[in-house]
Design a protein around this ligand. Structure first.
Ligand SMILES: [Zn+2]
Length: 230
């Protein structure tokens, strides 16, 4: 695991509960879970984000190390806004499954999760068409099976505009007080403006309003409980 830096967390009330977010790329945790991260942080949870790759493919004309530096810097800045810790693994994009095996990622993750003992893990949806996002979903479910103490596993959306997992119960979190922070955090990714943030902005707003409407809140984020936990 590569940990060039660790984001600072904002001072807040604390309890001894925690949640974990798995994010294939540097910006996914903000796009899919940003408002909810700030929501749990406000409730005193520790929030840990694990980003599985630096996403060097986004800028193939720039030297890999430089891309790693600016993409991780952007994620740390966004994490600071939301109040979570953020760490990177160095999996190669579009090759997560093989690379996870090679780097023994699952046993590392198992140790991390057993230590943190989170209440919930948020991971990518299996319906997301991006192969790295699907791979993170697979890795999460295999990890779940290997854990003695099992957290809830919830899926979030990035590139799938709608979800069909109606057989899974939904968890809808009101982010009316944290949506602004999510937007501020999204603006910490200038390198991703054209390949992710702008193309997804409509869906970010659409989902926030649509899901908010369900619970009569201005904005919300919706997740599916794909594993119940203990
Ligand atoms: Zn992604």
């Amino acid at each position: 695991m590569s940990t060039p830096n660790k984001s600072k967390t904002t001072k807040n009330k604390t309890n001894n509960k925690s949640i974990v977010i798995f994010s294939a790329h540097s910006d996914d945790f903000v796009i899919g879970v940003g408002g909810t991260i700030a929501f749990y942080k406000e409730k005193g949870y520790k929030v840990y984000c694990y980003v599985f790759s630096y996403g060097e493919n986004s800028h193939p004309w720039v030297e890999g190390k430089k891309v790693q530096n600016f993409r991780s810097h952007e994620a740390f800045e966004a994490a600071k806004v939301l109040g979570c810790d953020c760490k990177f693994f160095d999996l190669k994009e579009l090759n997560f499954t093989q690379d996870a095996k090679k780097t023994k990622l699952k046993s590392k993750l198992k140790k991390i999760i057993e230590k943190i003992n989170p209440e919930k893990i948020f991971t990518h949806s299996s319906e997301d068409p991006h192969p790295d996002h699907q791979a993170v979903n697979d890795i999460t479910l295999e990890l779940y099976d290997s854990l003695k103490s099992k957290p809830q596993i919830l899926s979030y959306s990035v590139w799938n505009p709608v979800e069909f997992k109606t057989r899974h119960p939904a968890l809808i979190i009101s982010i009316k007080t944290t949506f602004k922070l999510k937007m501020v955090a999204l603006h910490k990714f200038p390198s991703q403006r054209f390949n992710a943030i702008y193309p997804l902005m409509f869906f970010i707003w659409f989902r926030a309003i649509r899901d908010g409407w369900i619970i009569k809140s201005r904005f919300a984020e919706k997740f599916y409980l794909i594993r119940k936990g203990d």
